[in-house]
Design a protein around this ligand. Structure first.
Ligand code: NDP
Length: 524
């Protein structure tokens, strides 16, 4: 592993703070998973290098904080335009390092990134404005009470490989908008997008060292936790537990966006055509490598056959292949992380061995050197199978017949995860009633996933799917310390009645006052 000194500082300066280095020092190869070609290498930073980045970040942060919300909003708004001006470059980079389609890069990543820059530019000041607080506490009547949010200082963001812009980089935006310096550790599999966006920040006027990209492996992520004031982690539940343990040892806050096994419930009165389109799109889009993708479906018996037939036809029609042909050429690209193909294959094999039937797909795909798994639909599945209980994170849709909504809800909740879910019914009130019973951080009625685009709505998991939220007011307040301010006016009493010295009379009076305040009313 390399230290910062081993990597050329000129490049550090050229990218205004991104820890992007020269060929000196150990490097990590980055593969295009759609072709199997190595497209570049990036530095493998060690703990010493990360400590140096943190030192620089802490020096730079006060200047950024002093920009204030308006100053930071100007930079973030510039960055929104930069993303659109450079959209094709960003899409090319994302497609090259993930193997996803042009549309998956454009619809999910560019549109989210551009929206997020504008959203946090507009709302950071509003969500973090001082709040005047009213109180019912008699001892503080007449005093001014203020809740204030102040940036934590240095935030570490660790990201996964499935959405290099949305999930890795997206969380840096509110952390920066709050006035923090940020060091981002992208997945070693997909580091190039964050490095490109660091270039954008430099062009748009983020001061040097306020945003830095620390490329490296898992060890770099672990080292980052040792340096920062808060860690925002997106990734697997297994690594999330390690991150939480490390954060607990340092007594720093952590926010964890982890895995999911998101259920879809189709009730007998659903619009089956819409439900089948949603199921096909949101289980196969991005090759199923979306934490909130539809991972399993439960369908009421009367409409089960028709739903399965529709989904099967739609999935069979999908074109899978190399995404480098550009827009409109394939619906499903490659898998991003080669070992994930083994997991998908293992889940499908396990299901078939336990009695499931594959209606479409079921095998690795062959598209010239890349890592593919065919879009796959399975039926005759049950909860003894990995594909219904463990996160598959691939282009698979297992569909299970259920007697009624009760059984669907019971099975949907029979999971260690609780990230997202969806319910389909033309009776939206019934759909909402069922949705409220699904144990998940977000549940859509007659839709899926798209709640993620509403940045005003909190997004986060329950159970083993995470701690904390992104988006909404809580999605930026978590990057701040809350400070309570109490101001006693200058014309205050010289001595408050409860101060020393104590006296029998004074204490009796206080007892009576408390009785009057809190002791009245009927007893049950
Ligand atoms: P991992 O948990 O394997 O890795 C996530 C990140 O953590 C990577 O950057 C990884 O580095 C780093 N890392 C590895 N070990 C450590 C450690 N000990 N300390 C600190 N950081 C470490 O997840 P994947 O990259 O495989 O991502 C897929 C997972 O992410 C799925 O489970 C998916 O559901 C989840 N996810 C959740 C989302 C949500 O919003 N809830 C959104 C998107 C994905 P390196 O890659 O270099 O090993």
């Amino acid at each position: 592993m390399a230290t910062v000194e081993e990597h050329a500082i000129e490049i550090h300066e050229a990218t205004n703070g991104a820890a992007v280095a020269s060929a000196a020092g150990p490097e990590i190869p980055v593969e295009n998973p759609a072709t199997g070609e190595i497209i570049r290498t990036v530095p493998d930073l060690d703990a010493g290098a990360i400590a140096e980045l943190a030192r620089r970040a802490r020096l730079a942060q006060p200047t950024w904080e002093a920009y204030g919300f308006e100053g930071r909003a100007r930079v973030l708004s510039r960055m929104q335009r930069w993303v659109m001006d450079n959209a094709e470059r960003i899409i090319d980079t994302i497609v090259a390092e993930t193997g996803k389609t042009y549309e998956d890069a454009q619809l999910a990543e560019i549109s989210y990134g551009a929206a997020a820059f504008g959203f946090w530019a507009k709302h950071a000041g509003e969500y973090l404005a001082d709040e005047r607080v009213r109180t019912s506490a008699v001892f503080v009547k007449g005093k001014k009470l203020i809740l204030r949010y102040r940036p934590l200082g240095l935030v570490g963001v660790i990201g996964p490989w499935n959405y290099p812009l949305v999930n890795s980089f997206g969380d840096c935006i509110p952390a920066l908008a709050a006035g923090n310096a940020v060091i981002m550790k992208p997945s070693e599999v997909t580091p190039m997008t964050s490095m490109l966006l660091a270039e954008g920040f430099a062009e748009c006027g983020v001061p040097a060292d306020v945003f830095q990209v620390a490329t490296g492996r898992g060890e770099a992520g672990a080292a980052l936790i040792e340096e920062v004031d808060m860690i925002m982690f997106t990734g697997s539940t297994r690594t999330g537990r390690k991150v939480a343990e490390a954060a607990a040892r340092r007594l720093i806050p952590c926010s964890l966006e982890l895995g999911g096994k998101d259920p879809m419930i189709v009730l007998a009165d659903a619009d089956l055509e819409r439900a089948a389109n949603v199921a096909t799109y949101y289980s196969m889009q991005n090759s199923g490598q979306t934490c909130i993708s539809i991972e399993r479906a439960y369908v009421e018996a009367p409409v089960y056959d028709e739903f399965v037939a529709k989904v099967t036809d739609k999935v069979r029609a999908l074109r899978q292949g190399r995404p480098d042909g550009g827009a409109g050429t394939v619906e499903v690209g490659s898998m991003t992380f080669p070992p994930q193909v083994d997991i998908v294959e293992d889940h499908v094999r396990d299901a078939v061995e336990r009695g499931a039937r594959v209606l479409v797909g079921g095998h690795r795909g062959e598209h010239g050197g890349g890592h593919y798994f065919e879009p796959t639909v399975l039926v005759d599945v049950d909860h003894s199978m990995k594909i219904m209980r463990e996160e598959t994170f691939g282009p698979t849709l297992p569909i299970m017949k259920v007697r009624d909504a009760e059984e669907a809800v019971r099975l949907a909740n029979d999971s260690e995860y609780g990230l997202a879910g969806s319910v389909f019914s033309k009776d939206t009130e019934k759909g909402e009633r069922v949705a409220r019973r699904v144990e998940a951080g977000a549940v859509c009625v007659n839709d899926a996933i798209i709640n993620f685009a509403a940045l005003e709505l909190p997004m986060g998991g329950v159970k083993a799917s995470g701690l904390g939220h992104r988006h909404g007011p809580g999605g930026i307040r978590k990057y701040c310390n809350q400070q309570a301010l109490l101001v006693t006016p200058k014309l205050a009493l010289k001595r408050e009645p409860h101060f020393f010295p104590y006296s029998r009379r004074g204490t009796r009076r206080l007892g009576k006052a408390l009785k009057l305040l809190y002791g009245r009313g009927k007893r049950d």
